[in-house]
Design a protein around this ligand. Structure first.
Ligand code: GGG
Length: 353
């Protein structure tokens, strides 16, 4: 099979990790008889600073024909975060109906969790984050700017279609994994959108009688992810809560530098997008020390989505073996002193020879 992948390195460490990881993914695919050709799009904050927009007006049309989009990171110290996010990632996730943001959290053997008493494999859950609406809806405004009576309104939007679009695959995943789904909301305070969300979870649960449903408010879920992370299997949550919980999931699994992410269009009518959970980390940009493994593992999720499971499994196995190998290079975030390129070179030896 052959695939055309649109690559958007983006900002900060996104550029250097994608630079190191993209040839590794292409070569690994080739070693399995899969032909991948990539097209780089230099969209992001530098473009915004030069030209006034993060991507061209016809950006989505340019991406539409690709089999997938591979994104590095978005964010720049000289550009407000609401400009960068709303100028690149959100137009793609919303425009391509990428309703499902699936984010696994896994504590690999050889990686230390900041939580005591957890060994490799003890933390193993996946968050299904609604990815196109909820608290990220662009609905609201500001009036009377600068006056005493200034007011800001930010509305959340929950639709049946987009809620079901993430709840159903979460149940599917739970039925294929350990049969447990945790529904995280704040329905006590958000009695419209989030009670509606709970109703949809209850409706969909009727199709999955084998899945045990636990309900947690987001505050309790945050506490329990620290107190008993080994008891979680599949978590389904709104856009904002899913984003917050997956930073927590990343760090209790050793590092955000190991946390991959997907933005999936469930009906495959448009390309899906794959990216690490982490952002552009300008504090270490240009030093060549960023952990590339979140991006590598996002590549594995991309191949899995494309149906190239042998490539995906090979990448995941090589990452697991590298992390379990005390002599292998590792970056500073997980206790080593290796460079980004040393880590991807070592993986290339394992994957391609
Ligand atoms: N690679 C992920 C990235 O750069 N994220 C930037 C960001 O601010 N994301 C916000 C969000 O996903 O809600």
């Amino acid at each position: 099979m052959s695939y055309d992948i649109a690559v958007i390195p983006g900002d900060g460490i996104g550029i250097e990790v994608v630079d190191a990881v993209e040839p590794l993914l292409v070569d690994t695919a080739a070693a399995h008889g899969v032909d991948v050709s990539t097209t780089i799009f230099d969209w992001g904050s530098e473009r915004y600073l030069d030209e006034g927009s993060m991507m061209p007006e016809d950006g989505l049309a340019r991406l539409e024909s690709f089999d997938a989009v591979f994104l590095g990171a978005v964010g720049h110290p000289d550009v407000p975060d609401h400009v960068t996010l709303r100028g690149l990632r959100l137009p793609i996730t919303k425009g391509f109906n990428q309703h499902v943001c699936k984010r696994p959290s896994y504590l690999f053997e050889g990686v230390r969790s900041p939580l005591r008493n957890y060994e490799g494999g003890d933390i193993d859950f996946v968050v299904y984050r609604q990815n196109t609406e909820g608290e990220y809806a662009d609905v609201g405004g500001r009036e009377h700017r600068g006056f005493e009576n200034e007011v800001a309104v930010q509305a959340s939007v929950f639709t049946r279609e987009a809620t079901e679009a993430v709840v159903r695959p979460a149940f599917e995943a739970a039925s294929e994994r350990n049969g447990k789904l945790t529904n995280v909301t704040k329905s006590n305070a958000q009695a419209h959108g989030m009670v509606f969300w709970d109703d949809i979870v209850a409706e969909v649960s009727e199709d999955y009688p084998g899945v045990e449903v636990e309900r947690l408010l987001v505050d309790a879920a945050s506490m329990d992810l620290v107190r008993r992370p080994d008891e979680f299997d599949v978590i389904v949550a709104s856009n904002l809560f899913g984003d917050v919980l997956t930073d927590l999931g990343g760090i209790i699994s050793g590092s955000l530098g190991l946390a991959p992410s997907t933005n999936i269009n469930p009906d495959r009518s448009s390309p899906s997008m794959f990216e690490p959970v982490h952002g552009s980390a300008f504090d270490i940009m240009g030093e060549g020390v960023a952990n590339p493994l979140a991006t590598v593992l996002s590549g594995a999720l991309m191949f899995d989505h494309l149906g190239e499971t042998a490539v995906a499994t090979a990448i995941e196995t090589a990452v697991a073996e590298q992390l379990a190998d005390a002599a292998a290079p590792r970056t500073a975030d997980i206790g080593g002193d290796a460079t980004t390129v040393a880590v991807t070179d070592d993986l290339a030896t394992r994957l391609v020879g």
